[in-house]
Design a protein around this ligand. Structure first.
Ligand SMILES: [Zn+2]
Length: 137
C-alpha cells in the first residue's frame, strides 16, 4: 500500500489526523520514505517518520521508537545475563567479568569451524548474544 498523499490532499489529511503543525519531514502524514530504520527496506520503503514518530505533528511527537528498541535490547541483554548467572550458579559481577573471555573463546571455536556451517552459525550467534550481554572482548 502506498502512503503517498498528493500535495492538494495534505490539508484534509492533517485536519482528519488533527495535526495542527505539520511535521516538516512527513508533511503531517506520519510516515516517510526515509523513516527511522533508514529507509529503502525491501518491500517496505515507507516507515514511521523519525521526526514526529508517526503523529505527523511537529509540536507533539510520539514515542521515540528507536530509543524504545534500544531500551528493549538492553533489557533483553540484562535478562540474559541474569539467566546465565543463575544457570552457572555465579553472581552477576563474576559473570560480567568472565563474559569477554568466554566470548573470545567461542569466537575462536567459531573461527576454527570449517565443516558444518550450522555449527559456525551457532557459535557466531552465541558470541553475538554474549557480546550483547556485556561480553565485548
Ligand atoms: Zn513526521
Amino acid at each position: 500500500m502506498s502512503h503517498y498523499i498528493p500535495p492538494e490532499d495534505l490539508d484534509a489529511v492533517c485536519r482528519a489526523r488533527r495535526v495542527h503543525t505539520p511535521c516538516p519531514r512527513c508533511r503531517g502524514v506520519g510516515r516517510a520514505v526515509d523513516g527511522w530504520r533508514g529507509g529503502m527496506q525491501v518491500g517496505m520503503p515507507w516507515d514511521t517518520c523519525s521526526a514526529c514518530w508517526g503523529t505527523g505533528d511537529a509540536e507533539h511527537a510520539g514515542d521515540d521508537v528507536r530509543q524504545l528498541r534500544t531500551d528493549l535490547a538492553a533489557a533483553d541483554a540484562e535478562r540474559g545475563l541474569r539467566w546465565l548467572a543463575h544457570a552457572v550458579g555465579a553472581d552477576l559481577l563474576s559473570v560480567r567479568l568472565a563474559l569477554p573471555h568466554v566470548t573470545r573463546q567461542i569466537e575462536r571455536l567459531r573461527d576454527r569451524q570449517d565443516g558444518i556451517h550450522a555449527v559456525w552459525l551457532t557459535f557466531n550467534a552465541l558470541a553475538a548474544a554474549l557480546r550483547e550481554m556485556g561480553g565485548k572482548p
